[in-house]
Design a protein around this ligand. Structure first.
Ligand code: MC0
Length: 139
C-alpha cells in the first residue's frame, strides 16, 4: 500500500531559477540535487517545514530527448508527476500489473538518492503520471 505522497514533480526550464523561487521566495530548503543520466534530468528536492514531509522535485531536462523536454514542449512548464511512496516496489508493481495497468519499466530503475522507481502510464491513471518510489532506506 502507498504510505504517503513522496514528492510532486514540476518540469522547469531553468533549475537554478526554480530553486531560487522555491527557496528564496517560498522558504523551502534545498535538500538534494542530482543528475540522473538515465532519466535525462537534473533534479532538485525541496523540503518545507518539518523534515519527512512531502517534497517538491524540480526537474530540468538534460537533453532534447528527455521526458521533461518533451513534456515542456507539449504542455509547458508545470506539474509533471505525482510520486507515491511504497515500502516495497516489487510488491507494488505486482499489484499494479494484476490490476491491468501499464507500468513503463519491466524492472524498477534508479531514482533520486538511490531510490527504486517505476511509473504508471498517465492514460491508465486518469491523466496523472504516477511514480512509485521505494526510498533507499526506510525513513
Ligand atoms: C505525457 N502525457 C502525460 C504526461 N506525459 N500526461 C500526464 N502527465 C504527463 N507527465 C500524455 C500525453 O499528453 C499523451 O496524451 C499521452 O500521455 C501519451 O503520450 P506519448 O506521446 O505516448 O508519450 P510521451 O512521449 O509523451 O511520454 C510520456 C511518458 C514519458 C509518460 C511515457 O514521459 C515517460 O517515460 N515518463 C517516465 C520517465 C520520466 O517522466 N522521467 C522524468 C522524471 P494524448 O492525449 O496527447 O495522447 S525523472 C524522476 O522523476 C526521477 C529522477 C525520480 O523522481 O527519482
Amino acid at each position: 500500500a502507498v504510505t504517503m505522497v513522496d514528492h510532486v514533480g514540476i518540469a522547469v526550464p531553468n533549475l537554478d531559477a526554480a530553486i531560487d523561487f522555491h527557496v528564496g521566495t517560498l522558504g523551502g530548503v534545498l535538500v538534494h540535487r542530482e543528475i540522473n543520466e538515465e532519466q535525462g534530468v537534473e533534479e532538485a528536492m525541496i523540503s518545507f517545514g518539518a523534515s519527512g514531509g512531502t517534497q517538491i522535485q524540480l526537474l530540468a531536462a538534460l537533453t532534447p530527448e528527455s521526458a521533461i523536454a518533451k513534456f515542456i514542449s507539449r504542455s509547458g512548464p508545470g506539474l509533471q508527476q505525482l510520486a507515491l511512496r511504497v515500502p516495497n516496489i516489487d510488491d507494488a508493481m505486482a499489484t499494479i500489473r494484476a490490476s491491468g495497468l501499464r507500468l513503463l519499466y519491466e524492472q524498477a530503475r534508479r531514482g533520486t538518492a538511490n531510490s527504486r522507481i517505476n511509473f504508471v502510464h498517465p492514460k491508465d491513471t486518469g491523466g496523472v503520471l504516477l511514480e512509485l518510489v521505494e526510498p533507499a532506506s526506510t525513513l
